[in-house]
Design a protein around this ligand. Structure first.
Ligand code: DOR
Ligand code: ZN
Length: 346
C-alpha cells in the first residue's frame, strides 16, 4: 500500500506552550488533527476553568487555518484542586480532563501532586462528574531508577487508584513499557493509554549508543527494545484501549543541547508520517485508522471526525530545524528523510 486515506485523526495529548510558540504549535497540529488535548503545564499552570478559558482563547487566536480545530483543555491537578473546581470545569464543553503530574516528574511539574490521600474527594468528584484523569505515570522517589519509575508507579499508585475509584476514567499517558501495556490490557473498562511516535520509533540504545542524542530525551525516558516492541504490538493490536497521543513538546535548540537538557520531542509537524512509518513497518497500515482516529473519540465519548486525510508513501525530507518566532527547535528526526507524507486533508 502506498497511499492510505483515514478518518481525520485527533491528538489526545499535546503541549502547545504559550505566547509566540503558539503560532507554530497550534497550526502544525491543526494541519492533521481536528482536536487536540492540550496539556496544562504552563508557568503558572492551568489550574481552573478561568485559566483554561483564557488559554483556549490564546490558542484560537494563534490558529490561522480554515479547517475545524478544537482544542480540548485540561486542568492541572495540584494539592489544592477542590471538588468545586472540578464540578465547575466538568460543565464546560471544552474541558476534557484533569492532568496528574507527580511533583517533580517532568517539565513544569513543580506544582504537581505530592500525595493523593488528601485529593480523594477531588478524585471522587471527577468520578461523579465523568471528568477523566490523565496520568503522567512515574514515581519521583530518588531511590527508584529512572528506567523503573513507570512500572513502580503502576504498582504503587495507579493499580490501587483504579480499584478505589471504579468509575473514574483514566488515561495512562505516553506509555513506555511492557508493564504499562500489560496493565492497561488487563485493567477494567475505562482505563486506556496513549502512545507517542518517539516511543514506537526508538529505544534507549538509539538515544545513548555512540553518543548521547539529546533530541531523543523525553519523559518517561525511552526504554529497552523489548518495551518498544510491546508498544508497537499494542498500537497495531486494534485494541481500542490504545490510541494516539503525540506528547509533542517543543524545547529550543539551546535548552535541548545543554549540560542539563530538557525533556521533550517536537513531532506535531509530522506526527502522522511518523506513525504511518511504524504501522507500515509492522505490516499493519489497516490498523492505523482505529488507533489514530477512532479509539480516542470513542474513549472520550465524542463523535468521530467526518473529514479525511490521505497519506502517501514517498520521500519526505524532514527539516533540520523549525523556527518558532525568535527561537529554533530541532524536531524529531531532524534532517532525515521520512518515508510517508501527508498529502491532503478534506
Ligand atoms: O518529555 C516530556 N516533555 N515529557 C513530559 O511529560 C512533559 C513534556 C514537556 O512539557 O516538555
Ligand atoms: Zn506530555
Amino acid at each position: 500500500m502506498s497511499r492510505i486515506t483515514l478518518t481525520k485523526p485527533d491528538d489526545w495529548h499535546i503541549h502547545l506552550r504559550d505566547g509566540a510558540m503558539l503560532n507554530r504549535t497550534v497550526n502544525d497540529v491543526a494541519a492533521w488533527a481536528n482536536r487536540a488535548v492540550v496539556m496544562p503545564n504552563l508557568t503558572p499552570p492551568v489550574k481552573t476553568l478561568d485559566d483554561a478559558t483564557a488559554y483556549r482563547e490564546r490558542i484560537m487566536s494563534a490558529f490561522t487555518g480554515s479547517s475545524n480545530f478544537e482544542p480540548l483543555m485540561t486542568l492541572y491537578l495540584t494539592d489544592s484542586t477542590t471538588p468545586a473546581i472540578i464540578e465547575e470545569a466538568a460543565k464546560s464543553p471544552f474541558v476534557c480532563g484533569v492532568k496528574l503530574y507527580p511533583a517533580g516528574a517532568t517539565t513544569n511539574s513543580a506544582a504537581g501532586v505530592t500525595g493523593l490521600e488528601s485529593l480523594k474527594p477531588t478524585l471522587a468528584a471527577m468520578e461523579a462528574c465523568g471528568l477523566p484523569l490523565l496520568v503522567h505515570g512515574e514515581v519521583t522517589d530518588h531511590d527508584i531508577d529512572i528506567f523503573d519509575r513507570e512500572a513502580v508507579f503502576i504498582e504503587r499508585i495507579l493499580a490501587p487508584l483504579v480499584d478505589e475509584f471504579p468509575k473514574l476514567r483514566v488515561i495512562l499517558e505516553h506509555i513506555t513499557t511492557k508493564d504499562s501495556v500489560d496493565f492497561v490490557e488487563s485493567a477494567r473498562n475505562g482505563v486506556a493509554a496513549t502512545i507517542t511516535p518517539q516511543h514506537l520509533l526508538f529505544d534507549r540504545n538509539d538515544m545513548l549508543v555512540g553518543g548521547i542524542r539529546p533530541h531523543l530525551f523525553c519523559l518517561p525516558i525511552l526504554k529497552r527494545n523489548l518495551h518498544k516492541e510491546a508498544l508497537r504490538a499494542a498500537a497495531i493490536s486494534g485494541n481500542p484501549k490504545f490510541f494516539l497521543g503525540t506528547d509533542s513538546a517543543p524545547h529550543t535548540l539551546e535548552t535541548k543541547e545543554s549540560a542539563c537538557g530538557c525533556a521533550g520531542c517536537y513531532t506535531a509537524h509530522a506526527a502522522l508520517p511518523f506513525y504511518a512509518e511504524v504501522f507500515d513497518e509492522e505490516g499493519a497500515l489497516d490498523k492505523l485508522e482505529g488507533f489514530a482516529s477512532h479509539f480516542g473519540p470513542d474513549f472520550y465519548g465524542k463523535a468521530r471526525n467526518s473529514e479525511q486525510v490521505t497519506l502517501v508513501k514517498e520521500d519526505n525530507p524532514s527539516p533540520l530545524s523549525l523556527s518558532f518566532g525568535e527561537s529554533t527547535v530541532a524536531p524529531l528526526r531532524a534532517g532525515e528523510t521520512l518515508s510517508w507524507r501527508l498529502e491532503s486533508t478534506e
